[in-house]
Design a protein around this ligand. Structure first.
Ligand SMILES: [Fe+2]
Ligand SMILES: [Fe+2]
Length: 169
């Protein structure tokens, strides 16, 4: 059984993951509107990944005998100044999420909930990947100056990304 405090905190994080999905879907729409289908694809895949993050929390709360309570998901921004601005937003957002996950781990340790601590490790590792992939794209955008053939080639590259559901354990 999960403690009331942890149940509440995971419900909050579930909402944060849904917001992440909504944010990246909004970025995907923005990239489609600026005729960068590869960037739009990358964001669409990322939005699906965030739904997986949310559903992992959803299933976990239920598995531990808790109650999932869904709340309002904030509206995401609709527009960014440039592809680089959008990816800097992703990087900053993911750093914030890493902080939230770390706080959850701290709470699980405080609650002496070892099962939750182990469960949360998956997210700790995932956040390393999330920050690193966003940062790499920011750096590539800086190199290309965010325009011309460099931007075109990066769009081709990001268009290759496919959604792979994470391994069930
Ligand atoms: Fe996430
Ligand atoms: Fe990921």
């Amino acid at each position: 059984m999960i403690s009331g405090t942890l149940e509440k905190a995971i419900n909050v994080q579930l909402n944060a993951e849904l917001y992440s999905s909504y944010l990246y879907l909004s970025m995907s729409a923005y990239f489609s509107s600026t005729h960068l289908p590869g960037f739009a694809n990358w964001m669409r895949v990322q939005a699906r990944e965030e739904l997986v993050h949310a559903m992992k929390f959803y299933d976990y709360v239920i598995e531990r005998g808790g109650r999932v309570l869904l709340t309002t998901v904030d509206a995401p921004p609709l527009q960014w100044d440039s592809p680089q601005a959008a990816f800097e937003h992703v990087f900053n957002h993911e750093q914030k999420v890493t902080g939230l996950i770390n706080d959850l781990v701290t709470l699980a340790v405080k609650e002496n909930d070892h099962a939750a601590t182990i469960f949360l490790q998956w997210y700790v590792t995932e956040q390393v990947e999330e920050e690193s992939s966003a940062k790499k794209i920011v750096e590539k955008l800086k190199l290309t100056g965010g325009k011309g053939s460099g931007l075109f080639m990066l769009d081709q590259e990001l268009g290759q990304r496919v959604f792979t559901p994470p391994q069930k354990k």
